[in-house]
Design a protein around this ligand. Structure first.
Ligand code: NAD
Length: 410
């Protein structure tokens, strides 16, 4: 039982929560309450900027018929100051009740063995898919020759793999116990005094992630789904991820999918797989061959950032964490503490994450207006410092001025 009053009893006047219907579909009222976590460091700056653009996009698309009531949820330094905890228990209940939330970056305090607040939020809310669309926005500087060829959506498993948090330091009694048991029971040699980390991966965890990616591919008319794994080396974890993915497609989506190499009918999604190291060069050399990607946690972490760099860097990359119940949209970069409170950094990542939130809510008219408006601002040379130094003749503006520039171009 929760110890605190439900957030649903304290919503702003006129606000209602989103709900899930009998078929498991999200139902969003015209005036939904949506949670926001401002975040640490640059979080307040980029959240103010993102909120301005999101509210303007909704107002422009629907007049007064729809509006979002933003409800603040305290996490991070702001929560610590108010409650003495960085991640109060109530925030989990609040997000479960509201179903929808968006967050700025959170600082992970160094030392004290504290786990990342982001990882904890994802795991405790069972937000098992981290989704990162990677598409170049015209005007944005890129280090590759053909950024326009990149149009991929990454589905990264969020709860298993080496990120499950099951690890022990070198020399600890737990690590030493493991080393002794591995030798005694299985004859496996591990160098004495090693640190130990555990890599759990299940058919359940892998298949629900692949299912979400496949449903997206089918719904959006995408032509392929690529399973990215390191199964040549880690056969029973990463190799099984690949096998479980193919099995799901064959058994549950037999008519609508086809394995690579066989003739595909229109509307079928081609299921293929690539070894992760090879994939890093494939996305550079043949980006047009890939569309939706599904992968385990660690591969997904690396590849998301590498792909983001191809289309303009983390400052431009949006992200969402989705489960079967609630969802949490987020900026993909960190809290950049040295720029905190300077109204300086690029709010695009959080603005575009907000566009994903609107799309998820089914508010496509508002969502669809944001990327073109942002692109127009960049093409007009109105950009924050990070892009200004890469675009000749650009006008450097503050974080808030950039948001106003985007809102004016909606
Ligand atoms: P960071 O992403 O905060 O910053 C690295 C550098 O990237 C910054 O110095 C800045 O030059 C640039 N940068 C980041 N965001 C930018 C933006 N919006 N516009 C322009 N430039 C931007 O990474 P870090 O320094 O490794 O981490 C700082 C803190 O953030 C740490 O406590 C870390 O744990 C946390 N973190 C949080 C998240 C998250 O909340 N999802 C993700 C990564 C890191």
């Amino acid at each position: 039982m929760s110890q605190h009053p439900s957030i649903l009893d304290h919503l702003p006047a006129g606000a209602e929560p989103a709900t899930i219907d009998d078929q498991g579909r999200l139902q969003v009222p015209p005036q939904p309450a949506v949670g926001f976590i401002e975040g640490d460091g640059i979080g307040p700056d980029i959240w103010r900027a993102a909120r301005l653009v999101l509210d303007a996009a909704v107002a422009k698309a629907y007049g007064g018929d729809r509006r979002i009531h933003w409800v603040e949820l305290l996490v991070g330094e702001k929560a610590y100051q108010a409650t003495g905890e960085y991640l109060p228990q109530r925030v989990f209940d609040d997000i479960r009740d509201l179903l929808l939330a968006i967050k700025g970056p959170l600082t992970t305090p160094v030392g004290g063995g504290m786990r990342s607040l982001n990882v904890t939020l994802r795991q405790r809310l069972d937000l098992y898919a981290c989704i990162r669309p990677v598409k170049w926005i015209p005007g944005v500087p890129s280090p590759v020759k053909r950024p326009e060829a990149v149009d991929m959506v990454i589905y990264r498993e969020n709860t298993e793999d080496l990120y499950a948090g099951i690890e022990w330091p070198a020399g600890s009694p737990e690590a030493d116990w493991f080393i002794a048991e591995l030798k005694r029971r299985f004859g496996a040699d591990v160098r004495p005094g090693s640190a130990i980390g555990v890599k759990p991966m299940s058919a359940f965890g892998s298949q629900r992630l692949v299912r979400m990616a496949l449903e997206y591919a089918l719904r959006s008319g995408k032509d392929s789904l690529t399973l990215v794994h390191k199964g040549n080396i880690m056969k029973y974890t990463e190799g099984a991820f690949r096998d479980w993915g193919y099995e799901l497609a064959r058994q549950q989506y037999g008519e609508r999918t086809v394995p690579e190499g066989q003739p595909a009918s229109p509307g079928q999604v081609v299921i293929k797989d690539r070894i992760a190291d090879n994939m890093f060069q494939q996305v550079l050399l043949r980006p047009e061959e890939f569309s939706v990607l599904a992968m385990p946690n660690l591969n997904g972490d690396y590849l998301s950032d590498a792909l983001a760099a191809q289309v303009g860097g983390l400052g431009m990359a949006p992200g969402a964490n989705l489960g079967d119940h609630c969802s949490l949209f987020e900026a993909t970069h960190g809290s950049a503490p040295k720029y905190a409170g300077q109204d300086k950094v690029n709010p695009s990542s959080l603005i575009l994450s907000g566009a994903m939130l609107l799309e998820h809510m089914g508010w496509s008219e508002a969502a669809g207006a944001i990327t073109p408006a942002l692109s127009r601002a960049v093409q007009d040379g109105v950009v924050t410092y990070d892009l200004a130094r890469q675009i000749e003749g650009a006008t450097e503006v503050s974080c808030s001025a950039f948001a106003r520039a985007v809102a004016e171009r909606l």
